[in-house]
Design a protein around this ligand. Structure first.
Ligand code: HEM
Length: 499
């Protein structure tokens, strides 16, 4: 009885204390509602609208306070301060806002969820598999996937039916990443595909919901026994990885893929035998020392697969929407592509990237106007005094950056809402924040950029894309998916390019 009373009293104190968290800090702040904090807009209108709302709330402030549900969180809207946190003073902010929960979350040990020295060591271990030469070798898969995509386009021409190009791009990215990761072709172009649905499942509203809870309360996530990513789909990918590793070991075979990388790490670590008797060991910062066994390394293949599919497909979907909406730019892109084809006698390769500035500029514009993730965040890991604001924060403090609206701010980009690939002839690519910034930025950035160049060049070389007349301009953004994809499929009419 007394225990219950004590628990209730504590809860009440907590409730009354929380809203006052930012008072006395000298910062502007949004007075929170119970439980949902400052996130009512997130619940009613989705990620993109919420980020926009935050960015426009206090235009004069560099930093202000909110409650991400019940978690006191700082919003940093000033680009210089954001780069201080993400790049210059990264060693004070080595964690993102997604805890690992490795002890009870089956996929919790993947790179995206790791922190501190554990993250650093794992990142150093797998980064060498994304060198320019390795990325180039992995992207040979694009030429295996494109004939299957051409079949889909030709079928749309034959039946004179509009095409869901977003779905086609997902089929391509699933097939490309499956080959890059596992060295096998997927069935993503077949009707009852097992691989194609994975892209949707891993980025579904359920995944978005899980990651939002994970970000808000570790404890709730633990006691509700939640999992970050769909268990059945994760186990499906695990089985493929295990079968492949066993097949390669048994047959002494090798591949040009990411799984080959994890086999090499397992072999090196086996030689060093640094995982004493399978017991968990810890770094001085309290994070776990990797054991580099199959279970841990499979999770790195899983995050490369998950990270590599819907993000790239969504970005290209928005790109094709913009190119269909701006036919003159689509024609200019095609002219550059055909010039390269005429000169070299073969489709655009990565060595011709500099000769297609309108195409690369168009990809940059899609990333600027339609980033897959509208905001990004970090957690303070070492006491930090901001340079431009009189504020010191302690370890554990979450900070969020509303990056999507920042990329449409007229203070940084002239005529910001216009899709203008030519601006990237003088703009610095470092202004693109869609892949994150600093040492923790997207591991697959160059893989994804180069994959987009190859896929877009091959599609535009032979086909012209126009918007189906019923397409809303602009198409609304999905409110509850992990990546900011269009709410409904965008339909395109396809025709063959006259040469
Ligand atoms: C247009 C496509 C993509 C976008 C917009 C994107 C975006 C992002 C973002 C915003 C992050 C977090 C970075 C940060 O916290 O600063 C991230 C992390 C990551 N991405 Fe991507 N990504 C894309 C494609 C890819 C691809 C193709 C792969 C794999 C081949 C990949 C693998 C990863 C991994 C492994 C991480 C975790 C990195 C870490 O925490 O150390 N991504 N990505």
């Amino acid at each position: 009885m007394y225990l219950w009373l004590f628990a209730c009293a504590l809860t009440l104190i907590w409730w009354f204390w929380r809203p006052l968290y930012w008072t006395g800090s000298g910062l502007k702040y949004v007075t929170p509602y119970p439980v949902v904090g400052s996130c009512l807009k997130l619940i009613t209108s989705g990620n993109s609208a919420f980020t926009e709302y935050l960015y426009n709330l206090y235009p004069e402030e560099k930093i202000f306070g909110i409650h991400f549900f019940w978690r006191p969180t700082l919003i940093i809207r000033d680009f210089d301060t954001i780069t201080d946190v993400m790049v210059r003073d990264f060693d004070h902010f080595t964690s993102n806002t997604l805890p690992s929960n490795q002890e009870y979350d089956m996929t919790g040990g993947n790179l995206l969820f790791l922190h501190g020295m554990q993250w650093k060591e794992m990142r150093n271990k797998i980064s060498p598999f994304f060198t320019p030469a390795k990325v180039k070798a992995m992207l040979a898969s694009v030429d295996v996937s494109m004939p299957k995509a051409v079949d889909v386009l030709e079928n749309s021409l034959k039946t004179d039916e509009p095409l869901d190009v977003g779905n086609l791009l997902t089929q391509i990215t699933v097939d490309v990443i499956t080959q890059a990761c596992f060295g096998i072709e997927s069935d993503s172009f077949e009707e009852n595909s097992k691989f194609r649905p994975l892209a949707t499942i891993f980025f579904s509203p359920m995944a978005y919901f899980m990651l939002t809870i994970k970000q808000t309360s570790r404890t709730l996530f633990k006691y509700l026994r939640l999992q970050s990513f769909d268990l059945e789909s994760s186990l499906f990918v695990k089985k493929i990885t295990r079968d492949l590793v066993e097949h390669r070991r048994k047959n002494n075979a090798r591949g040009n893929d990411f799984v080959q990388g994890i086999i090499e790490i397992m072999d090196q670590e086996q030689l060093k035998k640094n995982s004493a008797d399978g017991k968990i060991q810890y770094f001085p910062d309290g994070t776990r020392k990797p054991k580099y066994d199959f279970d841990e390394l499979f999770l790195q293949a899983l995050i490369v697969f998950i990270g590599g599919v819907e993000t790239t497909a969504t970005t290209m979907t928005w790109l094709f929407y913009e190119l269909a909406h701006n036919q003159d730019i689509q024609d200019a892109c095609r002219e550059e592509i055909l010039d390269v084809v005429r000169k070299t006698g073969r489709p655009v390769g990565l060595e011709s990237q500099n000769e297609i500035p309108t195409v690369t500029g168009a990809i940059n514009e899609a990333l600027r106007l339609h980033p897959a993730f509208p905001f990004n965040g970090r957690v303070c890991t070492k006491t930090y005094k901001f340079r431009n604001v009189d504020l010191t924060i302690e370890p554990g403090q979450s900070v969020l950056f509303p990056l999507a609206p920042l990329q449409k701010d007229p203070n940084f980009f002239s005529d910001p809402n216009t899709f203008d690939p030519q601006r990237w002839r003088h703009e610095k690519p470092s202004m693109i924040t869609a892949f994150g910034l600093g040492p923790r930025q997207c591991l697959g950035k160059s893989f994804s950029m180069q994959e987009m160049i190859l896929v877009v060049a091959r599609l535009l070389q032979n086909y012209k894309f126009t918007l189906h007349p019923n397409t809303p301009i602009p198409p609304p953004v999905h409110k509850t998916k992990l990546a900011s994809s269009p709410e409904k499929p965008i339909m395109f009419n396809i025709s063959r390019v006259e040469k």
